[in-house]
Design a protein around this ligand. Structure first.
Ligand code: MRU
Length: 360
């Protein structure tokens, strides 16, 4: 995201500094909103740790960080034999792929760099390294463009004065800068639609409370924070006219994995006849999976639930289940907002039709 204020002058979610021997600078999102600090990643291990610990998070941002992680991981390999460079590329990609399992953008970005290298064996190692950096930068730029288009497609679905609910953070911080679900809100606000956003706090790591409200307040978009358990009541009070969330992986039939709690929100929206939209770029679709039952769901540490932000809130030794994502079946999704247009109804045929259409 790009911000201009005293807290964060001219910053972006992440950016590459220098040439092929440069490094990756990123906002440490675990510290927001009370502290704004950027970290410098000079090696692939630091990028891996940043992804694992959610210093950088959100599906598109994880993909971009991984692409730059590959470039960092190959910095020492350019003087080696080509066969060793290729071997190192495979090792670095395999290593990064083990950081988090659900967001497909991570694997999509790694595959894209791997394919590029496989198709460019005539280049020297240094030339190949430079090409990989260019590709990582291209992925970052393309993401920004996709977010802008998602905003335009999605804003058309909202009306003046709408209350809109979102879950987790699908904002600029989760992408190269524009956001997906939040891009829809940013664009609607820019068009003068005077929307009011309700942000679920998003237990256990509070991406909604810490990041989504922060981003919206930076942009002066009216936002009200609610606990996750309040969503149903707020809907019954007719404060919500649409729900828009992001996604981490969408199967060919439109089943969508997103932050844990999204499924409950979708069911509540369905019961209250409120449209439930997912906003996601084409890089979040995994067409190799027929349905959402095949999406791998990350399980995270029990401490995130029992000791949130350093305070113990459950008895020592209690058994905990902590899936980080859930899957919303396509039948509860009114439409999927992509940079190529709106997928509605959400069926395999419509997913394939919209994704294979030419981008404007
Ligand atoms: O665990 P996180 O914070 O990486 O989860 C993020 C989400 O679930 C987002 O909604 C999703 O990645 C879409 S971001 C545009």
């Amino acid at each position: 995201m790009n911000l201009e204020n005293e807290l964060a002058p001219e910053v972006s979610t992440m950016r590459w500094i220098g040439g092929t021997d440069g490094h990756l600078k990123m906002i440490d999102q675990t510290l927001l909103p009370t502290e704004f600090r950027e970290i410098d990643c000079h090696d692939v291990e630091t990028v891996w740790e940043a992804i694992k610990k959610l210093r950088v998070r959100g599906a598109p941002a994880i993909g971009i960080a991984a692409a730059y992680g590959v470039v960092l991981g190959l910095q020492l390999g350019t003087g080696s034999e080509r066969i060793d460079f290729n071997q190192r590329l495979t090792e670095v990609s395999t290593y990064l792929a083990e950081s988090r399992p659900t967001a497909v953008n991570l694997f999509w970005a790694l595959d894209r760099l791997g394919q590029l290298a496989a198709n460019s064996q005539q280049l020297t190692n240094s030339e190949m390294h430079a090409r990989l950096l260019e590709e990582a930068q291209l992925i970052e730029r393309e993401d920004l463009e996709m977010c802008q288009k998602i905003g335009e497609v999605g804003a058309a679905l909202l009306s003046k004065g709408d209350g809109v609910l979102t879950h987790c953070n699908a904002g600029g911080l989760a992408t190269s800068g524009g956001g997906t679900a939040l891009a829809v809100f940013f664009e609607a606000a820019r068009q003068g639609k005077a929307i009011h956003v309700y942000a679920d706090e998003t237990r256990p790591l509070l991406q909604g409370a810490r990041l989504t409200t922060w981003e919206l307040m930076q942009r002066e978009i009216p936002v009200t924070l609610i606990c996750d358990s309040m969503a149903g009541w707020v809907m019954q009070e007719e404060k919500i006219q649409a729900v828009v969330t992001g996604a981490d992986r969408i199967a060919a039939n439109g089943d969508a994995a997103n932050k844990i709690g999204t499924y409950s929100v979708a069911l509540l929206a369905s019961l209250h006849d409120i449209p439930f939209y997912i906003a996601a770029p084409s890089s979040t679709f995994d067409l190799s999976l027929e349905s959402g039952t095949q999406i791998p769901i990350e399980e995270r540490l029990a401490e995130e639930v029992t000791h949130g932000f350093g305070k113990q809130t459950a008895p020592e030794g209690v058994e905990v289940y902590n899936p980080a994502f859930d899957v919303t079946p396509a039948k509860y999704i009114t439409g999927i907002i992509t940079e190529r247009g709106l997928i509605q109804p959400v069926t395999t045929a419509e997913v394939l039709r919209v994704l294979s259409s030419d981008p404007d």
